[in-house]
Design a protein around this ligand. Structure first.
Ligand code: NAD
Ligand code: TYD
Length: 358
């Protein structure tokens, strides 16, 4: 088979990466997908094993710290496009172990850029090549309740170690375009949810704890706001931006769906209570326990996606109620998935001292 493009997807065994791979394969493209992942606690090879075994994707197990190996992979597969998702991604872990975030998110991004640049500079056929850097709205800091949602020109003001490392990597990627003319694209997306998300993040943690009859830890007063986006809609945006985005520019991606943490937990509890007649914890909302707040906890994130909608025609498809129902269905019918990742090494599963899964 002749491939149109050779796309390297980093972080492909993680939450968004796994969804992205299935999404791209379903969209019937004629691209070769090469997936790279270090398989940290958040990366699960089982997610994509059937695709590797059937030859639908190639998999490379390596850490972004190994620049020489990165160079050889990118050269050997003649990578023409990169979708860079690999990162340490959990804010609470960044509070307790920031060095992992510096290494993977900053140095790792630098190594990948340099490895890609070497191949790009070597080729005469590189006009349509792209490096898509997948980032977060958290780089813009926190909004108060009356401020307008973030847009592409919002100033950077990262507050957590996670956000600061993502902000640094955004700047490095942008600088590689300004300095070396590397054809980069940057995306800043709001909070994702959906299948395959590690159960240290709010939504899968809530579902899992309801199933286990465990406390649902709610940080602070539970009024912090996040703008939730179903992961498949994020994937459609990434594919569109890779194909049609203007080189050197940035796109904000959001769910247009702001909810307080208490509200979203309440909605999940209602869905779970309706779905399972025999839940002994009913009403599940009684499992909520207000716990000590996360240090530097950003109050509100919200994204204005008008640029992406108006310029590239992005259409998000899944509203929050549908998305939560799909997510609850997936977790409750794939309970082995959670069991496997949480039983392999329990110490890796424990994320933080501020509530988390403990
Ligand atoms: P995740 O933690 O579920 O997955 C990250 C993946 O990267 C894992 O498979 C892990 O093994 C791999 N990885 C980590 N460090 C690595 C390294 N040094 N070398 C190679 N592989 C490494 O994260 P996610 O939620 O899927 O997020 C993916 C990307 O999207 C991240 O860059 C994140 O900043 C960004 N993002 C996430 C969200 C969200 O809500 N989850 C929102 C906006 C942007
Ligand atoms: P999280 O899923 O960790 O994403 P992020 O910090 O990147 O936004 O958290 C989402 C929100 O939920 C955030 O305001 C923190 C809060 N939260 C809790 O209240 N309890 C929890 O156990 C977790 C993990 C998060």
């Amino acid at each position: 088979m002749t491939f149109n493009r050779n796309i390297l997807i980093t972080g492909g065994a993680g939450f968004i990466g796994t969804n992205l791979i299935f999404y791209l394969l379903n969209s019937c493209s004629r691209d070769r997908l090469v997936v790279l992942d270090a398989l940290t606690y958040a990366g699960n090879l089982e997610n994509i094993k059937s695709l590797i075994d059937s030859g639908r994707i190639s998999f490379v197990h390596t850490d972004l710290s190994d620049i020489k190996y990165l160079e050889s992979i990118i050269r050997d597969y003649n990578i023409t496009h990169v979708m860079h998702l690999a990162a340490e991604s959990h804010v609470d872990r960044s509070v307790t172990s920031p060095i992992d975030f510096i290494n993977s998110n900053i140095t790792g991004t630098f190594n990948l850029l340099e490895a890609f640049r070497a191949n790009w500079e070597r080729s005469d056929l590189n006009t349509n090549w792209r490096f898509l850097h997948v980032s977060t709205d958290e780089v813009f800091g926190s909004l108060n309740s009356s401020e307008s949602p973030f847009i592409e020109t919002s100033p950077y003001q990262p507050n957590s170690p996670y956000a600061a490392t993502k902000a640094s990597s955004d700047h490095i990627v942008r600088a590689w375009h300004e300095t070396y003319n590397l054809p980069v694209l940057i995306t800043n997306c709001s909070n994702n949810y959906g299948p395959f998300q590690f159960p240290e993040k709010l939504i899968p943690l809530t579902i899992n704890n309801i199933l286990l009859g465990k406390v649902i830890p709610l940080y602070g007063n539970g009024k912090n706001i996040r703008d939730w986006l179903y992961v498949e809609d994020h994937c459609s945006a990434l594919e569109l931006i890779l194909n049609s985005g203007v080189v050197g520019s940035r796109y904000c991606i959001g769910g247009n769906n702001e909810m307080q943490n208490y509200q979203i937990i309440k909605e999940i509890c209602e869905i779970m209570d309706d779905k399972f007649e025999t839940l002994h914890t009913k009403p599940s909302i009684n499992l909520v326990k207000f716990v000590k707040d996360r240090p530097g906890h950003d109050f509100r994130y919200a994204i204005n996606s008008e640029k992406l909608i108006n310029e590239l025609g992005w259409i998000p498809k899944v509203n929050i109620r549908q998305g939560l129902e799909k997510t609850v269905s997936w977790y409750t019918s794939n309970y082995d998935w959670i069991n496997n990742i949480t039983s392999i090494d329990f110490t890796k599963y424990i994320s933080n001292q501020y509530g988390g899964i403990l």
